[in-house]
Write a protein that binds this ligand. Structure first.
Ligand SMILES: Cc1cc2nc3c(=O)[nH]c(=O)nc-3n(C[C@H](O)[C@H](O)[C@H](O)COP(=O)(O)O)c2cc1C
Length: 364
């Protein structure tokens, strides 16, 4: 088996995030916004795969955010999404984003083993303990008070299944399961590569104890450096090492003015304000996925890309910002666009060579 792309040679790794959902990460009314039709997703996946992107990461969403567009109402389920893409791609890691309270660990283990076998060791698990209770209500489950305590139990059962061997019982506070077994095992051992999406201190602790990578947000480069230092300290305390990935939305244009004008157009003038308000309110009250100052100071980033970091400008400027992110220690980032398929080719053509020239990536 070849090495999973998440452990490949590029010093700064790139992924595509949220292409399985309408709008991608944006919350905007512009007509060219991402509709997440299957044919365009398939084309995008092939393009990203050929361009050497390391991973394709879907968002786990079950309900829209209202407003005029009901942003994210349309989204593909992420385990079957990763499985479907395995036949269309050759080298990328295909993540499934799995909600701990919704998906039982025994099911997730078998599903991930299936994708890993079908893809030749390219499955990935993005474990999300979750925040959105109205979504959980659709499944009749309630988010645990100590959501990460449930996460640890989930993880132990998940890896227990993938280990193979004799059937086992597991009795914890959240799971009481008996005679657990499973085959086949995953190709990647002891389990497929794992991201954990979180921002809070308990979320970082969970990531360093269970996963290969923390997938997190940042408001400024200085804050990002602090998050990385804090996460590394937490990892050191438990004798592990972990990569820290982040997430950005991108407007890349030949001139700075063009990029900024378009950002203003889709993320301010054409923002779906009611959906942005609902998204921000829900996130503020139910999730810790962002530094509180992002809600206060960076409203535009929510319409722009669900509160992620904006990369707005020329290819030179964006390459410099990505290099700065590498410099402070991020192992990589996801990128999202208003229309992935229209905009990714320019990014690939203009930004990737600059990252290669900077020694952060090699040509694919
Ligand atoms: C970068 C990132 C991506 C996330 N992706 C999802 C997702 O796809 N679906 C979801 O329900 N929650 C997602 N979350 C939310 C987490 O599951 C979690 O509920 C949230 O970060 C609050 O937990 P914390 O205490 O770890 O910060 C994401 C969080 C981050 C930071």
């Amino acid at each position: 088996m070849s090495v999973n792309a998440m452990f490949g040679r590029n010093r700064f790794k790139l992924g595509i995030f949220s292409a399985n959902a309408d709008g991608g990460l944006a919350i905007t009314r512009v007509p060219e916004r991402w509709r997440a039709g299957w044919a365009e997703i398939a084309d995008l996946a092939r393009l990203a795969d050929r361009a050497g992107f390391e991973f394709f990461l879907p968002i786990a969403r079950w309900k829209g955010f209202g407003g005029e567009t009901n942003a994210r109402h349309h989204s593909f389920e992420t385990i079957s999404f990763a499985a479907a893409l395995s036949g269309l791609t050759e080298q990328m890691t295909l993540f499934a984003t799995v909600h701990v309270p919704i998906v039982p660990p025994v099911f997730a283990a078998k599903a991930l083993a299936t994708i890993d076998q079908a893809s030749g060791g390219r499955a990935g698990l993005n474990i999300v303990c979750g925040w959105n209770q109205p979504e959980f209500d659709m499944f009749g489950v309630t988010k645990a008070e100590a959501v990460y305590d449930q996460g640890y139990e989930w993880y132990e059962i998940f890896v227990g299944v993938l280990k193979g061997g004799d059937p086992f019982d597991y009795k914890g506070q959240y799971y009481d399961v008996k005679g657990v077994e499973g085959a086949p095992q995953s190709v990647q051992m002891p389990r497929p590569v794992m991201l954990s999406a979180a921002f809070s201190p308990p979320g970082r602790d969970f990531a360093v104890k269970t996963s290969d990578c923390l997938f997190t947000t940042f408001a400024t480069i200085e804050d990002g450096a602090e998050t990385i230092a804090d996460t590394r300290e937490r990892a050191e305390k438990v004798g592990r090492e972990i990569d820290v990935y982040t997430t950005c939305h991108v407007v890349c244009r030949p001139s700075q003015a063009e990029a900024e004008d378009y950002y203003e157009h889709y993320a301010v003038e054409m923002a779906d304000r009611a959906a942005v308000d609902q998204h921000m309110e829900m996130k503020k009250s139910m999730s810790f996925s962002h530094d509180p100052k992002v809600f206060r100071d960076y409203r535009k980033r929510f319409a722009g890309g669900a509160g992620t970091y904006p990369l707005i400008g020329t290819p030179e400027r964006i390459a410099e910002e990505l290099a700065a992110m590498h410099e402070i220690g991020f192992a990589g980032t996801t990128v999202s666009f208003v229309n992935f398929l229209d905009e990714l080719p320019f990014f690939v053509q203009m930004v990737l060579p600059k990252l290669e020239a900077a020694g952060l990536r090699v040509a694919s």
